[in-house]
Design a protein around this ligand. Structure first.
Ligand code: CTP
Ligand code: CA
Length: 231
């Protein structure tokens, strides 16, 4: 339509994004968690919203504000995150950026655990649900499913395994080893990121850039993919 201006590339398309860590309670004052600031996931949600998408962000506990123009649900645990994500289906894309705790304590005590003669407690751990794999193999699978892979070694080989196992179209692989050198103290919490985009078609290595720039490029990739695979 020549009269209208350029319409936004992702106008009206529902996209689920997960971000931040999850917290898995041990007792009323303690939890198990992964390191995650939520910066990369929130930046992706914001970038998709700028392209007009109907972004539904499911965030674990973070200290950064909800992104502008994004409908945000706050959760604590992996099980809550999974329930919130599945309640948002159907969607056209899901981008799973959250650093989900792989394990939780089998029991959560109602009372605070106390030090004492018994010595330190031992925790019995159980595995959390894999939210990305659940979405990648879901009966209402979104057209596009993107995961992240935080690795400290064998980054590409591990990302390729995750692509297959989780039923994802893309895995955004990043090296989170402390000596990767792009952020003092490591990629978690820092402003910079260097990622490799792994798909069935091969690997695209992106140069080091700000997490906001990674988010912009990823939003463009999502727009291109959705606009060529659906009407
Ligand atoms: N993920 C998830 N639910 C989990 C664990 C991971 O949705 N319980 C998602 C993450 O959001 C990410 C991707 O799976 O998009 C890969 O996470 P990662 O921790 O790198 O992989 P895991 O499968 O948990 O394997 P491992 O930690 O053993 O490398
Ligand atoms: Ca993990």
């Amino acid at each position: 339509d020549l009269v209208k201006g350029p319409s936004k590339l992702l106008a009206g398309r529902r996209i689920i994004v997960t971000s931040g860590p999850t917290h898995e309670p041990i007792d009323p004052v303690r939890y198990i968690a992964n390191r995650s600031s939520g910066k990369q996931g929130h930046a992706i949600a914001a970038a998709l919203a700028r392209l007009g998408a109907d972004v539904r962000l499911v965030s674990g506990p973070v200290t950064i504000p909800d992104p502008a123009g994004v409908s945000t649900t706050h959760v604590e645990t992996a099980r809550q995150m999974q329930a919130a994500v599945e309640a948002l289906l159907p969607a056209e894309a899901a981008i799973m950026v959250a650093a989900v705790a792989d394990w939780r304590s089998e029991t959560e005590t109602n009372e605070k655990m106390k030090k004492g003669a018994g010595g330190p407690p031992s925790l019995q751990m159980v595995e959390n649900p894999d939210i990305l794999a659940g979405i990648g193999h879901h009966a209402q699978r979104p057209t596009l499913v993107v995961g992240f892979a935080a690795e400290t070694q064998d980054v590409l080989a591990n990302a390729e395994k995750k692509l297959a196992k989780k039923g994802a179209d893309f895995i955004v692989a990043n090296d989170v080893s402390h000596d990767s050198g792009i952020n003092p103290g490591g990629v978690m919490g820092g402003a910079r990121n260097r990622v490799k985009i792994v798909s069935r078609d091969g690997v695209d290595e992106w140069p080091e850039m700000d997490k906001d720039a990674v988010a912009e490029k990823l939003a463009d990739l999502v727009a291109r993919h959705l606009n060529t695979t659906t009407v």
